[in-house]
Design a protein around this ligand. Structure first.
Ligand code: ZN
Ligand code: ZN
Length: 167
């Protein structure tokens, strides 16, 4: 334990103390920026409103009848937001799953099934060409493309990409 470490420790305590002992400090909602979605916002607003309501009731600013009515409405709102949030998450997961699937399909050599980078022009494992220049315009299509993505010209295929085209 050297003097420097003690000073750092003291500095930390001095920095943290006012935060811990400030009774009026409220956590600012702007700081919690993780996963911003409409449903998440709605859920957070409902919870903040509930907390304010609780405070108003504790300090006798509103009647018990009002408190109960507003509280029930806010709880219902929070519940609806949780449902909406679940749906949002399901939709997001579906999008991510599809994207992964697509990436997987694009990143496998049709000849030896080695993993390929999107930028590879040839398979690093077996040398299979991934580019097939268009006879009409010279655009470099991928070997699995049947038509030129630039001019629509039908492309000749290697013929040896197996069971996929065996009719
Ligand atoms: Zn290969
Ligand atoms: Zn072309």
């Amino acid at each position: 334990m050297n003097l420097g470490a003690i000073f750092v420790g003291l500095a930390l305590v001095i920095l943290v103390l006012p935060v811990v002992f400030d009774p009026f400090r409220r956590p600012s909602p702007a700081r919690r920026s993780a996963a911003r979605t409409p449903a998440a916002d709605s859920h957070e607003r409902a919870l903040l409103a509930l907390r304010d309501l609780e405070f108003d009731y504790q300090t006798d600013k509103i009647t018990e009848a009002d408190y109960r009515a507003i509280r029930a409405e806010l709880l219902a709102q929070a519940a609806r937001a949780i449902e909406a949030r679940k749906k949002e998450e399901e939709i997001l997961e579906e999008i991510i799953r599809k994207r992964r699937q697509r990436k997987k399909e694009a990143a496998i050599c049709p000849q030896c099934e080695a993993a390929l980078q999107e930028s590879d022009r040839f398979c690093p494992s077996c040398g299979h060409a991934r580019i097939n220049p268009c006879p009409a315009c010279g655009h470099e299509n991928r070997t699995e493309d049947r038509f030129c993505s630039h001019c629509g010209q039908q492309l000749e295929q290697d013929g040896n990409n197996g069971e996929k085209h065996a009719h």
